[in-house]
Ligand binder design. Structure first.
Ligand code: C2E
Ligand code: MN
Ligand code: MN
Length: 403
């Protein structure tokens, strides 16, 4: 199957440009022997390469290219399949855009092409190529610094519960993980994540309950979440709790119960954020909306969790607008390498900015993901990069500092 991969990348400052021809010639031999063709554009700083050929061969070459230390900020723009090659005649000639006249450079590149694609104006691959040649993607292409520019340093130690409170805990525990604004060096919120007494996952915890009992357990458990947060000295910080949307709908007086427990533990509703996952909202949207009105009327804010992972996506925001959305880890992971993820995130960020909805990125594990997201306008983050959830405690936070 004829596979196409397109990427762009940034030549490393310490690679002399005059060695490029040689580099490309060597790569070319490999490409030709594995029947991979394409075109490589260079604008003085960036590469744009289109690789086409048998699926496995293209992937192997691309994996090698990804591991090449001579360029960085490599972003895969397209990975697709096609009936014929666009640049079948060439090995991998280096096309230096600077050596051509601006007015005719695009035609000069297209003239290198083969087959009917020259005339196919709606071919995505050729559109990517045009966009690069006329530098239309500039504002969306972020030059993020190398990951080792930063070191991550914890300032305060973790906080744990006093032994007597620890001993009084029974069937249900909570781990806490911060959501932070790294540049402001501020904790935006602590999220309470339910655990079994052995530290087992939420799904393990809820597997003990069947039917509607899950919803009751979900609501009841929040009593302990508030107690622990208070005992751990959460102070003025916000506290995020997770609820199944159906828990709010099914359990009678759920909102009243939550409000009473918030007050009983010396907290205020304004510091509490309820997180719900988007895909469960849709089935009973009207009943859910009624419960949300009660939460909001009391001062509690609402966050849409795992945004982008379900099937509602952006259209859900036309029905109701939460105060915050948390973008699912699925979209966040390796965002710095993926053109499609970057495009989706640009759209989500733009949309939320128009609606004044705060955006949180969750599951951030790599410094490059965090830096790309900061460049794109996200300022709140949750993930192992900064802190793992800590069972019955508030973890130490690794704040980024420039080396
Ligand atoms: P969530 O609300 O999206 O919580 C974030 C999950 O991602 C947590 O998993 C957390 O441990 C994990 N996580 C955080 N940072 C990273 C990271 O950098 N990399 C990776 N790979 N994972 C990271 P956890 O604790 O297993 O919770 C899973 C889900 O269970 C939660 O997802 C939430 O939807 C649900 N949950 C947790 N507590 C409760 C609860 O009290 N009630 C209900 N209904 N659901 C809960
Ligand atoms: Mn959550
Ligand atoms: Mn989530």
């Amino acid at each position: 199957m004829l596979t196409t991969i397109i990427y762009r990348s940034h030549l490393h400052d310490n690679v002399p440009i005059k060695t490029l021809e040689d580099m490309v010639a060597k790569a070319n031999n490999k490409n030709q022997s594995s029947d991979v063709t394409g075109i490589l554009l260079f604008d003085g700083r960036h590469f744009f390469q289109l690789l086409e050929g048998p699926r496995e061969a293209v992937q192997n070459i691309y994996d090698r290219i990804c591991a090449d230390a001579r360029h960085h900020n490599l972003v895969e723009l397209m990975h697709d399949f096609a009936p014929t090659r666009r640049f079948g005649n060439l090995g991998m000639e280096l096309f230096d855009l600077r050596e051509h006249d601006k007015a005719t450079v695009l035609q000069a590149v297209l003239d290198k092409g083969t087959s009917r694609y020259q005339l196919t104006y709606d071919d995505r691959a050729l559109q990517f190529l045009r966009t690069f040649v006329i530098a239309r993607d500039k504002e969306n292409y972020f030059e993020i610094p190398a990951a080792n520019t930063w070191e991550f340093i914890a300032d305060e130690p973790a906080r744990t519960l006093q032994d007597d409170i620890m001993a009084s805990l029974q069937d249900c525990h909570f781990a806490f993980q911060p959501i932070i604004d790294p540049f402001a060096r501020r904790v935006a919120s602590y999220e309470a994540l339910i655990r079994t007494p052995n530290g087992g996952s939420p799904s393990e915890y809820f597997s003990d309950f069947g039917g509607e009992a899950i919803y009751h357990a979900d609501i009841q458990s929040k009593k302990l979440a508030f107690q622990l947060a208070s005992a751990l000295g959460i102070g003025d910080h916000s506290l995020s709790i997770n609820l199944l949307p159906m828990s709010l709908v099914t359990v009678p007086n759920a909102v009243e119960f939550l409000l009473a427990e918030i007050e009983a533990n010396g907290l205020v509703p304004e510091q509490v954020i309820v997180e719900v996952t988007e895909n469960e909202i849709i089935s009973k949207a009207d009943e859910f909306a009624a419960e949300v009105r009660k939460l909001k009327a009391a001062g509690i804010s609402l966050a849409l969790d795992d945004f982008g992972a379900g099937f509602a996506g952006l259209s859900l925001l036309s029905k109701f607008q939460p105060d915050k959305i948390k973008i699912d880890r699925e979209i966040i992971s390796n965002v710095h390498k993926s053109g499609p993820k970057q495009a989706i995130l640009h759209a989500i960020i733009k949309c939320c900015s128009s609606l004044e909805i705060a955006v949180i990125a969750e599951g951030v594990e790599q410094a490059e993901e965090w830096m790309w997201l900061e460049a794109a306008g996200v300022s709140q983050f949750q993930g192992y990069l900064f802190a793992h959830p800590q069972l019955n405690g508030l973890p130490a936070i690794a704040w980024p500092e420039i080396k």
